[in-house]
Design a protein around this ligand. Structure first.
Ligand code: SAM
Length: 216
């Protein structure tokens, strides 16, 4: 199987054809080897138009959703970005092509360990990762120019809003435990907040202090 050809086809048919326009996001999706971030047995499905299981009841998001959320962050290259929900590490790897520094948090140690190995193998030296509850953010690395949450939340965690820089963008799926809407929050230069809803989506749960509780 030629993964380069599959990846190019994925970008043409799932990313560009569905309206993603940011040239830098398209280049990052063309460059990032999604087949390395899925389970080996599923490598042949890596460029399909779907999310896939990555173990521990978690998923790698659909490629179009990764591109859409990334485009909504409006990255120019100089930013520090926080991701909550490292999962396979794929989204962080895409972000690492587009920002100066990526900080990513995962609560499940086995997933974090796999992602860290991949970041090392691929030489993605601008990614910092920690195992923690991402709903409280990463105060020591704040403020962030952009924050992306890749798990579904009941509400927007307050700590993430407070760790957003002036002018910063926060993208998060908000809703119930199965269905959410993408929300884009902007902290304006004067500190006021603007919020708009985007597409419907379906993410695994954000579990933590300001998310769902594990047994809910
Ligand atoms: N961004 C990932 C990727 O590229 O593969 C996909 C993320 S998956 C849809 C959601 C991830 O969020 C899971 O790995 C889950 O363990 C993680 N997660 C859920 N709640 C979390 C929390 N409070 N802090 C950090 N990670 C969390």
């Amino acid at each position: 199987m030629n993964f380069d050809i599959s990846r190019k086809k994925m970008v043409d048919t799932q990313i560009i054809a569905r309206g993603i326009k940011d040239r830098r996001v398209i280049e990052a999706m063309l460059k990032t080897p999604r087949h390395l971030f899925v389970q080996e047995a599923m490598a042949s499905q890596a460029y399909n138009d779907t999310s896939l299981p990555i173990g521990d009841k978690q998923t790698i998001s659909q490629p179009h959703m990764v591109a859409l959320m990334t485009e909504m962050l409006e990255l120019a290259g100089s930013e520090t970005v926080l991701e909550i929900g490292t999962g396979s590490g794929y989204q962080a790897a895409v972000l690492s092509c587009l920002a100066r520094r990526v900080c990513t948090i995962e609560r499940i140690p086995s997933l974090a360990a796999k992602a860290r190995r991949l970041f090392d193998t691929l030489g993605l030296t601008n990614i910092a990762m920690k195992i923690d509850d991402g709903t409280v953010g990463w105060a020591a690395e704040a403020p962030f120019d952009a924050i992306i949450v890749t798990a579904g939340a009941p509400d927007i965690p307050e700590a993430l809003v407070s760790q957003l820089a002036a002018g910063g963008r926060l993208i998060i799926p908000v809703g119930d435990q199965t269905d959410q809407e993408l929300v884009r929050l902007v902290k304006n230069e004067d500190g006021t907040l603007s919020q708009e809803k985007s597409v419907a989506c379906r993410f695994v749960r954000l579990i933590g202090k300001d998310g769902w509780s594990e047994n809910q």
